[in-house]
Ligand binder design. Structure first.
Ligand code: GRF
Length: 194
């Protein structure tokens, strides 16, 4: 399967997926790293490993529709089968979601449906979890649909929220959980694909 990874930041999930594909000999290849940023950790990693990078952001286009059309043609030009969002902080245009039904996947750093939705990303998630008094958190891999963090859940893994946890210590624990969860979810998806 030909994968595109969409990133906006460090790219630690991208790195975990890349290494898992090699080490577990998964039937997949990361063909492109797309980012709304012109520079970020994920782009540096992609360049280091010879993966094509593409800077595509709505601000480069006159309209949202032009942006959506450009994203679609870039994906089609590379015959992408599946899109993995990994720390990508922009909405996927509805036209792209429609063209890739149950083929766009995201990882979110909480046990969805709790602590998800528009604006719930990064440290805000962990602050909310701690403030809620929850004793468990975790990560969720889910299909992407037209609403933030609402698509069908593929796999989840949980971690404890410990007394004295700060958003930072919880975020680090959840991120380590993500790096195990995303490759496992990808493996499951690839097993299912015809
Ligand atoms: C992580 O919290 C992840 O859950 C979210 O984006 C954050 C950064 O991910 N999707 P990465 O290190 O850029 O993969």
């Amino acid at each position: 399967k030909r994968l595109a990874v969409f990133c906006s930041g460090t790219g630690s999930n991208f790195k975990a997926l890349f290494h898992a594909i090699i080490e577990r000999e998964l039937p997949a290849e990361i063909v492109m790293c797309l980012s709304n940023r012109s520079q970020c950790g994920a782009i540096d990693f992609a360049k280091e490993y010879g993966i094509e990078t593409l800077h595509l952001s709505e601000s480069q286009f006159g309209s949202h529709d032009d942006f959506a059309r450009a994203m679609l043609s870039e994906l089609r030009d590379r015959q992408i089968d599946m899109i993995l969002l990994a720390g990508y902080l922009r909405k996927i245009p509805d036209a792209v979601i429609a063209a890739y039904p149950e083929k766009i996947v995201n990882i979110h750093p909480s046990l969805l449906p709790q602590f998800g939705g528009h604006g719930m990303y990064g440290m805000r998630v962990h602050e909310a979890v701690i403030a809620s008094g929850e004793t468990r958190s975790g990560a969720t891999v889910h299909f992407v649909n037209e609403e933030y963090d609402k698509g069908r859940i593929i796999m989840q893994n949980h971690v404890p929220v410990l007394p004295g946890d700060t958003p930072k210590t919880l975020a680090e624990r959840v991120l380590r959980c993500e790096h195990r969860l995303y490759p496992a979810a990808l493996e499951k998806l690839l097993d299912k694909q015809p």
